[in-house]
Design a protein around this ligand. Structure first.
Ligand SMILES: Cc1cc2nc3c(=O)[nH]c(=O)nc-3n(C[C@H](O)[C@H](O)[C@H](O)COP(=O)(O)O)c2cc1C
Length: 344
């Protein structure tokens, strides 16, 4: 069956059960369209967009998405309550399903702008921002945070933040189960070196059962997701790198986690749908490679995967926005992995 992103899933009773994390430079609209072809129910998050970018930059470009991407959350970076409220209202008007506030990003650039993980030290300000957004929109306002900052392994900061935003009306938190070390680790190291402490997130759910708690950090497989959902009794899982670098994993999500086996996903049909999508975007001036770069891992572990990747990475950048050549390159890549059916 041709995957039909337009036929979006009905609202889920468990909207946060499986989420794909916000990732700068990775979860742009093209990646999200592609991931949506693999799962109807996964909740997708944009890259972080700063309030400054939305207020003073090319807002339409930052907010743009395809209707097929729902359920879709925008992640905001910022701390000024009035700016957050204005940006949440822009996002709601554009049709996003959720506004998520970044209280977890550890980069220096983000700290100097007084947002991201350093906001864990300013729970009152975060709560003010959350309250301002909630007053401005009807869609859910959620928070993504770490379990602590620096080498402080107590959970006091986490509970103070959680209680402050809950009092402001936030009902759902995504918790990346490691501290952010703000004193010198690169953002990349900060996603690997501070130890993962899943039990902290399980305990948070037991202590605050009225909140929806989504766990994030280091989850690799559907088995890991099940373990987190069942053993820790959490409301959802959020996968970042595993979802992006092993996207085929998403093809199991609907049946395994949402009890929806109504659609079987076929890689070739996904590629066919992406050819149509790429043609439409190229016609608007998007170069092919901006789209195909997100598809490189689709055929991971399948014979021909290396040729697929190489062909797309070498030839797609030369195509620019030439549609006929773009189709030819994508079909040639398909022939590397699916030689019998590529020409069909
Ligand atoms: C390239 C990259 C960019 C990221 N950008 C963001 C971001 O914009 N906002 C955010 O909250 N987290 C960001 N993260 C962190 C992820 O959302 C997630 O919390 C982290 O990768 C841990 O989850 P994982 O182990 O499943 O990847 C980023 C991670 C990566 C790898």
């Amino acid at each position: 069956m041709q995957p039909s992103p337009a036929a979006s899933a009905p609202p889920s009773p468990a909207p946060y059960r499986f989420c794909v994390a916000p990732m700068m430079d990775l979860t742009d609209r093209h990646a999200r369209y592609f991931l949506r072809l693999l799962s109807r129910h996964a909740r997708l998050y944009t890259e972080m967009v700063t309030t400054g970018a939305l207020l003073h930059g090319d807002r339409a470009r930052f907010l743009r998405f395809d209707a097929a991407e729902h359920p879709l959350a925008i992640q905001l970076g910022g701390s000024d309550p009035a700016a957050l409220a204005a940006c949440a209202a822009f996002a709601e008007a554009e049709g996003y399903d959720e506004v998520n506030l970044n209280v977890g990003c550890p980069s220096d650039r983000v700290q100097s702008g007084r947002f991201g993980a350093c906001l864990m030290a300013e729970p009152a300000l975060v709560a003010e921002g959350v309250a301002a957004m909630i007053a401005a929109v009807r869609i859910p306002v959620t928070v993504k945070t770490r379990i602590g900052i620096d080498r402080d392994d107590s959970t006091e900061r986490l509970y103070t933040l959680v209680d402050a935003v809950a009092a402001a009306g936030c009902r759902t938190l995504v918790v990346h189960a490691r501290n952010a070390w703000l004193d010198g680790l690169s953002p990349k190291d900060n996603r690997e070196i501070p130890p993962l402490r899943y039990p902290v997130v399980g305990q948070l759910k037991r202590d605050r059962p009225q909140l929806s708690i989504v766990i994030n950090g280091g989850l690799q497989t559907i088995f890991d997701c099940r373990a987190a959902l069942d053993t820790l009794a959490l409301d959802g899982v959020m996968l970042g790198r595993a979802a992006y670098y092993s996207p085929w994993l998403l093809s199991e999500v609907d049946a395994a986690l949402f009890d929806d086996a109504s659609r079987t996903v076929d890689r070739r049909e996904v590629v066919e749908a992406m050819i149509d999508y790429a043609c439409a975007r190229m016609a608007e001036g998007t170069p092919l490679a901006a789209i195909t770069r997100h598809m490189l891992a689709l055929y991971q572990s399948v014979p021909g995967a290396r040729a697929w990747r190489r062909l797309l990475s070498e030839r797609a950048p030369k195509v620019g926005t030439a549609q006929a050549q773009g189709i030819e390159v994508m079909r040639a890549a398909l022939a590397c992995v699916d030689p019998d059916r590529a020409a069909a």
